[in-house]
Design a protein around this ligand. Sequence first.
Ligand SMILES: Nc1ncnc2c1ncn2[C@@H]1O[C@H](COP(=O)(O)OP(=O)(O)O)[C@@H](O)[C@H]1O
Ligand SMILES: [Mg+2]
Length: 279
Amino acid sequence: MANDILLRKFQNIKLTELTGGYTNYTLLLERSNPLVIAKIFNKNNSDAKSEMNTLTLLNNSGVSPRIHDYFEDDTSSYIIMDYIHGINGQRFLDQGDMDKAREIYKLLGVRLSNEIHSIKQKNSHSELPIIVLVNGGIDSLDFVPSDVKDRVKHILDIHVKEEKTIIHGDYGPHNTIVSDDSMVVIDWEWGGWGHPLQDIAWVLWFVHLHYPDFSKELSEIFLNAYCLHSTIQITEEAVKAFALSRVINILNRIKNANTNVKNEWLRRLEWTMKTNFVG
Ligand SMILES: Nc1ncnc2c1ncn2[C@@H]1O[C@H](COP(=O)(O)OP(=O)(O)O)[C@@H](O)[C@H]1O
Ligand SMILES: [Mg+2]
């Protein structure tokens, strides 16, 4: 039966579903000590390995949940990690708690440059995927009109100095758990080696799309905090290219989704091309 493996490995626990997602779900292992969760993926989904490998590299950083175990059964992969107490960071934005939102964007910047992008690729860490600008390409996406493809390619045709660090891949308040005195970054399944601008661009993209009224202020707080310990060049042109690249990655992942989902992401693609992200 599904999840028998958890009941065999952990005695006297009770399994409670925390979230059920499209590609994975999380269970709380109640009464485990320390208190842990299992994030469960389809076995043929390579994201599980990316998350496990990224969490392993970050295990002593304090920025991510500690990973305890990784195993598989016939159908699924299981990542066992610490349960983090707190509230999803995006909730504070949705509730209009601007003091907390400012604090979160500052911490997002500090953590990203100090604890995440400070880990540079070395030969010894080779198991993670390499995430390049436009991973997957756009030509095979038959639901993207050809004139849009041409404009996208033009924007993506930029030159940036090569740099490879750990990147999160879906960094932002929605993937944090915040309490009074801490902020932990979760959901590393799109993690890999890539250019730091991938994560920077995604933070700016996300706040401009979802919170346009606060985007100027929160972007500035984030960028100032990030740049305190980094000399990276953050230009409008590069941010737009990296944000577009991430949108194309998502378009590739939703190839088989319904028309509404595809149309929404096509709209976001167009929106990304005409939005200014750096003040
Ligand atoms: N280590 C954790 N501690 C507590 N809750 C967690 C933890 N990991 C995930 N969750 C909960 O599960 C949700 C989804 O997890 P996440 O890793 O973001 O997966 P998804 O790919 O579905 O976004 C989170 O928003 C959070 O509520
Ligand atoms: Mg998530």
